[in-house]
Design a protein around this ligand. Structure first.
Ligand SMILES: Nc1c(NC[C@H](O)[C@H](O)[C@H](O)CO)[nH]c(=O)[nH]c1=O
Ligand SMILES: CC(=O)[C@@H](O)COP(=O)(O)O
Length: 140
């Protein structure tokens, strides 16, 4: 059994509830355990994962969040830099699934957050578990 940490940026409660539900369900269905911590926004997710990984307490991570485009360039920064930070950690061998929605509007987010529709939270958890399985396969 592996232990995962779901790191959620709780910007939109109703959307995060669905994303975390999907991630938890996928992890439980695979026979693993999950804890959840909350950070202010998506930009804090990579740093929180890096800090948690230093503890050695977790085998893998799922980043959960919702970034909805506003009026300024900030969307590109939040969406792009949170993804880049997660990618940098995965390239360093940390098993992370990216469940941060980067969307134009709430309607797009609802479809992707809903476990009964696109279930992006569950999808991200599956990705984290797949990377952990590769780590174990390659003895990393
Ligand atoms: N606009 C959204 C943000 N913005 C906040 C940043 O993620 C960050 O917390 C802040 O810049 C302080 O470092 N975060 C989201 O997760 N979603 C958004 O739509
Ligand atoms: C994704 C964002 O940062 C966005 O919510 C911020 O909105 P705005 O660009 O209108 O300040």
């Amino acid at each position: 059994m592996a232990k995962f940490l779901i790191v959620e940026a709780r910007f939109y409660d109703h959307l995060n509830d669905m994303l975390v539900e999907g991630a938890r369900a996928a992890i439980k269905a695979a026979g693993h355990k999950a804890d959840v911590i909350t950070v202010p926004g998506a930009l804090e997710i990579p740093g929180a994962i890096a800090l948690a990984d230093q503890s050695g307490e977790y085998d893998g991570y799922v980043g959960i969040g919702v970034v909805i485009r506003g009026e300024t360039y900030h969307f590109e920064i939040v969406a792009g830099e949170s993804a880049r930070g997660i990618m940098a950690l995965t390239m360093d061998g940390v098993a992370i699934g990216n469940g941060i929605l980067t969307v134009e509007n709430e309607a797009q987010a609802l479809v992707r957050a809903d476990p009964k529709q696109k279930n992006k939270g569950g999808e991200a958890a599956e990705a984290a578990m797949a990377l952990l399985a590769l780590r174990e396969k390659f003895g990393a």
